[in-house]
Design a protein around this ligand. Sequence first.
Ligand SMILES: Cc1cc2nc3c(=O)[nH]c(=O)nc-3n(C[C@H](O)[C@H](O)[C@H](O)COP(=O)(O)OP(=O)(O)OC[C@H]3O[C@@H](n4cnc5c(N)ncnc54)[C@H](O)[C@@H]3O)c2cc1C
Length: 377
Amino acid sequence: MDFSFSEEQAVLRETIIRFALKEINPLVEGDHFAREAWAKCGEMQLMGLPFSEEHGGCGVDFLSTALGIYALGYACRDAGLVHAVVTQILCGLQIRQFGTEEQKKKYLPDLCSGRRIFAQAITEAGSGSDALAMRTQARWEGGAFLLNGSKMFISNGPLADVVIVFAVTNPEARTLGGISCLIVEKEFPGFERCRAMEKMGLKSLQNGELVFEDTPVPAENLLGREGQGAIIFNESMEWERSLLPASHLGTLERIFETCARHARERNAFGQPIGKFQSVAHKIAEMKMNLELGKLILFKSASMKEQKKRAPLEASIGKLFISESLKKACLDAVQIHGGYGYMCEYGIERDLRDSIASTIYSGTSEVQKNIIARLIGL
Ligand SMILES: Cc1cc2nc3c(=O)[nH]c(=O)nc-3n(C[C@H](O)[C@H](O)[C@H](O)COP(=O)(O)OP(=O)(O)OC[C@H]3O[C@@H](n4cnc5c(N)ncnc54)[C@H](O)[C@@H]3O)c2cc1C
């Protein structure tokens, strides 16, 4: 077992960190979605990391993609933008694995360059954790799928040019082959993108409801086979539960470094606060979780690179890393005292951003259910 990174991987990490610090951070002031920063990420081929050059990407392997996203999560001040980039990549991975050649040619170049914004829509107002209990339906009629229903909380949704929509195509079969994936473009009639919802954190990430009223989706926009939706969903969750945690781990590393620095520099009662055991232990725990998080993340990402199923590793990683991040962010506020609570120091922002990490991509409770099921309980 070799835990070292290749020279290319080290260069990728350094390049992305430098890029984010120099080119992105000056553009992400405030809470809005920074289009210019998005375009720069496209130029830098961040959305195209795992895709072939033929499709406009830079063709790095999945583990290196995870390392790249880790670097972005470390250096980019705007976690909402990082989430938007990861969402784009996840849509591309679905198209790459399950799409036809025509679909790949049509969508991947714009996805890699960021020219078109992509979203994936599974959750509905009445079904989140129980995702496959969705009610959005697509009925084959007059030579097209007629899509009816709505999706909720969709990342990139309010801005999306293209959405991968999961819908019931066979109500009798439901999860056993009853759900399909459709690629919906913003110009399709009856498709409405609602306004972005206000959130606690990840402010620049645009999340909202998508509504479909008799939206005709041509047969060539079926992603994968009819009824393959649950399979696409399960595969996609493994990528998602590797790449989103990769960004979280980067953030955790930055928070650890910030706290360690502060603990060395801030004095109280005649000594650096890091000399107080209660402060030092919090930072030691951050370091421990960071190192353990890396092991499970790189394991699941390597398995995905080898085209293996990794539902257990991805769920353990997602659960462990998101909970570690949330705990570290809370501790970081405490370690920074009053400065931690004041918005201008940026510490409280990480806490607000981190809360959602234990909710999206399957809540922590759901991850534990999955782990329990996979170990036969
Ligand atoms: C920032 C953000 C971005 C998102 N982006 C997207 C996106 O791009 N696309 C998309 O489709 N969705 C997206 N979502 C939706 C997200 O996936 C859901 O919010 C999540 O799956 C939880 O579903 P829910 O909100 O309906 O909560 P519920 O399913 O109603 O859960 C409520 C509570 O009940 C618990 N619970 C539910 N079932 C069980 C169970 N069986 N055992 C134990 N506890 C249980 C949950 O853990 C939770 O604590 C996003 C959400 C957020 C916050």
